[in-house]
Design a protein around this ligand. Sequence first.
Ligand code: ATP
Length: 313
Amino acid sequence: MTTNDHPGHEDSADRLDRDAEAAQVRAAQVDEVPDDALLAVEGLRVSYPGKGRRAARNSVLRGVSFGVRAGETLGLVGGSGSGKTTIGRAVLGLVPVEAGAITFDGERIERAGRARRRELSRCLQVIFQDPYTSLNPSLTIGDTLSEPLLGQGYGRREARGRVAGLLDRVRLPADAAERLPREFSGGQRQRVAIARALAIDPRLIVCDEPVSALDLTTQQTVLELLLEIQEQTAVAYLFVSHDLSVIRFMSHRVAVVHQGRIVETGGAAEVTSRPRHPYTRGLMLSAPVADVAEQRERRRALERPDGADASAR
Ligand SMILES: Nc1ncnc2c1ncn2[C@@H]1O[C@H](COP(=O)(O)OP(=O)(O)OP(=O)(O)O)[C@@H](O)[C@H]1O
């Protein structure tokens, strides 16, 4: 019997690997929620019902904490099914929260009722992934943009004037107001969705994969528009994406989500070029890079145990 075959013995190379991984997990930084956060999420737990009547609930968020400051973008990145969208939905009050606190501008909102949620939509908005399903196909763009304004008490004339300003801001022609969503491309529809989210000057927008349904060139113009709007308005973004290059481009800080937990946080350049947690490293390695030589170099850098800089992009 070799050492490897013996159930009580662990191969020393395996043990070293395991120890090295444990050290990396310890080295990965998860920041405290900042005191000056506009949005503070602490110990958030969410579960969904299991399949079948007696099935146990599926625990999807297992104690998630983070903060987003005014005017800041926090990127939430992680693999499929890690819980990113659920975090955004919990912040928006679209899924019940099992435990934890969500504080927005000093107010606990995780159990806010429908009426309060409607009021909160003044400051807390969302842009969804799919511009083809997020707009009502039977409403003109003008009506789509007026709806939240009328809901917040604007008069019709005032709303019309504001719609014209919003279209200009997202660089759509003024006559777009008279047209239906089907007359627009995916990128243009996403501009409408951005204009709708901006209609009542929100303080924070949950952007849930806002460009992943768009082609690369359109992605870039929509991302640049979001950055420009942030510069002008100091709106904060909770920006959900599985795409590291998008996250790096957009975010001031990044939180890496894995199996319903945040495993690493930090500045965007720091986390994406010097990932510490093994999961973040794996995520970096699996991100596609067009240049094969660059990919090879990045892989070598990331596989070095000291986490040497892999920012050769
Ligand atoms: N309404 C729901 N009912 C039951 N399970 C759900 C529901 N929504 C999400 N889930 C499950 O919760 C887990 C997390 O889903 P979530 O959409 O938050 O992940 P994600 O990180 O955003 O993934 P993706 O990038 O693929 O959208 C997944 O296992 C998913 O199947």
